[in-house]
Ligand binder design. Structure first.
Ligand code: ADP
Ligand code: MG
Length: 623
């Protein structure tokens, strides 16, 4: 029989009530959209099954064409085919002077100072061009996720300034998108690898795309990534590898004339294919015949490596500068992003420079979109257990003070909230009628080393012998981090409770300091805990024996026995003053042995009395 499903309180009942959220990587060369399908965050494909949409828009009399078809028309219709529009986002003519050679367009300036491009469809702004790319991706998203998108996260380079970010938002607005957030590309990549719930440390994101190289150093600080340094080269990427290979082909062919545009385009696309093959194979054959250019031969990975070594080295130099800017000498993690990081020589150079194996399990040209989609789903409110991430965990453990000033942890640090945990406690003394519940926060063993959050009393516990009462203490932390603690005694149901906000007045530094202290003192804390527990045990034995002696010794024991037990108590109290837990435990055991006979006598007496009492009672009831 299938088990019935019960939803968590406050969560959507129907999985279809989940909101549709997507992550969009609006790239210089390629753009992607990712979303959650079948519980998995993945990039979404178009009708032809391709995930990467070339970031190219061609304007024609009949409207705009986006993607591969536009890219294929670039050579024949360069003025109307907009490539690398990302480089122009939020830019004025002046900003673009340096990029002149790469941007063969007719510019027209607008009032606002932002560039516009002349096309057959009139003057278009980079914002409008980007909007065409977004429109295409959104359509793909709407089809794949079977409905309108409720919100998106769009990624931008970490170095994008306000104008560039605003331009990106404007493009989204033109398409009517609800932008939940603009996310830095390196941050998205780190999120995709789950580094936001990992150890706090420096992360390097090495992103080598088609025409740009970005190195970013991030630091995770309580679930938030700070960009510590960025660097790179806006004119370095896989396209340069292609150019080096094309030059090699020309040299090998012994071709002396000027290449026609068609020849150049053919050579570059052959070069790109060779390069991509050599990412998986040691050697690749090539045959080119275009007009009067002819060559057939073989390119090995070793030769490729020597052709691009200088370019890779440029990227490594930028990494070195970024590390220096950040004032760091090493990083905890390196993430590879961008299609060009598939080149083995690139991976090797990055690994060698940072001295660690880079993270590369996730497809490097999809990783940014995937991270953006993960973030989008969190922001829109579709949370899953494993995706609550650091945004929703307790930074420090919560616990209670127990006898001896020790801390009993109830909910450990890094537990995802909301959470509820219950624990039973009991009384320490005979006849104890009240209990002080002292709620503390921290990782240390002693209350005095933790942060005190709240105190309250549970009164009205019926008098019982020590250890017989059952007090259930319940810790609950809601989604906003509000802690409520309640204590209830089982037999009478008396109850008391309190609410506190554990994070109140606690900043990140203090949390870090508290965690560091717990690590620094781990050994001594445990020793102290063992000693304290031994002392508490000894105290309980002494208390119990003393109260027994006070009540029953005269009628059950000889003077000599009384004296012997009293001496035993004094001896144990002396041992307890020392700091050797083993000696204390031994003392407790010896006193226990010494008082065994006395305990047996008391038990006999108690049974006798109970029995007698019952007989009397039974007789009474018969009449
Ligand atoms: P961008 O971030 O600039 O939009 P991408 O991350 O999509 O760019 O990277 C595109 C580049 O990656 C191109 O130069 C392409 O040739 C290169 N590339 C893609 N796959 C491979 C591969 N298997 N081996 C080497 N280079 C590759
Ligand atoms: Mg990219």
């Amino acid at each position: 029989m299938a088990l019935l499903q019960i939803t968590e309180p406050g969560q959507a009942q129907d999985p279809h009530q989940r909101k549709r959220a997507a992550g969009i990587d609006l790239g210089t060369t390629n753009s992607l959209i990712a979303g959650v399908r079948g519980g998995v965050t993945q990039t979404l494909a178009d009708h032809d099954g391709s995930h990467l949409l070339p970031s190219v828009v061609r304007y024609t009399d009949a409207g705009a064409v986006v993607g591969l078809d536009a890219m294929n028309a670039a050579q024949e219709d360069p003025l109307n085919t907009i490539i690398s529009v990302k480089r122009m986002m939020g830019r004025g003519i002046e900003d673009l002077k340096g990029l002149g050679a790469q941007l063969p367009y007719e510019f027209a300036e607008t009032d606002g100072g932002m560039v516009r491009l002349q096309t057959v469809a009139g003057a278009v702004s980079p914002v409008a061009v980007s909007a065409e790319i977004l429109k295409n991706l959104v359509q793909r998203g709407t089809e794949s996720l079977a409905g309108e998108l409720d919100g998106v996260v769009i990624t931008v380079p970490a170095y994008f300034d306000d104008a560039q970010r605003q331009a990106t938002r404007d493009a989204a607005r033109l398409v009517g998108l609800n932008v939940l957030r603009l996310l830095n590309e390196p941050t998205a990549a780190a999120v995709a690898y789950g580094l936001d719930s990992g150890i706090e440390g420096m992360i390097a994101v090495y992103d080598l795309g088609g025409g740009t190289f970005d190195i970013s150093l991030l630091r995770l600080n309580k679930g938030v990534f700070e960009v510590i340094a960025t660097g790179g080269d806006s004119a370095l990427g896989g396209d340069d590898f292609d150019r080096r290979i094309a030059e090699w082909l020309v040299e090998q062919a012994g071709y002396k004339g000027d290449l026609s545009p068609t020849q150049l385009r053919t050579l570059l696309s052959q070069a790109r294919a060779l390069k991509e093959t050599l990412s998986d194979q040691e050697r690749a054959t090539v045959q080119v015949a275009v007009d009067d250019f002819e060559f057939s031969g073989e390119l090995t990975r070793d030769t490729l490596n020597s052709l691009i070594a200088e370019l890779i080295d440029q990227s490594i130099k930028a990494c070195r500068r970024a590390l220096r800017d950040a004032g760091e000498t090493s990083v905890a993690n390196v993430v590879l992003v961008g299609g060009s990081t598939r080149v083995p020589a690139v991976r090797d150079a990055v690994a060698a420079f940072f001295g660690i194996t880079p993270l590369s399990d996730i497809d490097p040209d999809r990783v940014v979109a995937i991270g953006a989609a993960i973030q989008a789903n969190i922001l829109i409110g579709n949370k899953w257990e494993d995706e609550m991430l650091l945004l929703d965990v307790l930074p420090l453990s919560l616990g209670l003070e127990t006898v001896g000033g020790l801390v009993e942890k109830i909910i450990g640090r890094n537990t995802a909230i909301p959470v509820a945990r219950a624990r039973e406690f009991t009384t320490y003394k005979d006849g104890q009628s009240a209990m002080l519940i002292h709620v503390v926060q921290g990782e240390r063993e002693l209350v005095s080393d933790c942060r005190s959050l709240a105190r309250f009393e549970l009164r009205g516990i019926p008098p019982m012998v020590a250890g017989a009462a059952r007090i259930e203490v319940l810790f609950q932390v809601d989604a906003d981090g509000l802690l409520s603690v309640s204590a209830a005694e089982a037999t009478t149901g008396v109850k008391a409770s309190i609410e506190v906000l554990p994070s109140y007045g606690l900043n990140e530094h203090e949390i870090t300091d508290m965690l560091k202290a717990s690590i620094d003192h781990a050994r001594s804390d445990i020793d102290l805990r063992i000693l304290t527990e031994a002392r508490v045990d000894a105290g309980r034995v002494v208390d119990a024996l003393e109260s027994a002696l006070a009540v029953d010794s005269k009628r059950l024991l000889s003077d000599a026995d009384i004296k012997m037990l009293q001496q035993g108590v004094v001896t144990l109290q002396e041992i307890v003053k020392g700091t050797d837990p083993a000696a204390i435990n031994e003392g407790v055991e010896m006193l226990g042995k010494a008082s065994e006979d006395f305990a047996a006598l008391r038990m006999d007496a108690a049974v006798r009395e109970a029995f007698t009492g019952q007989q009397v009672k039974a007789l009474e009831e018969d009449f």
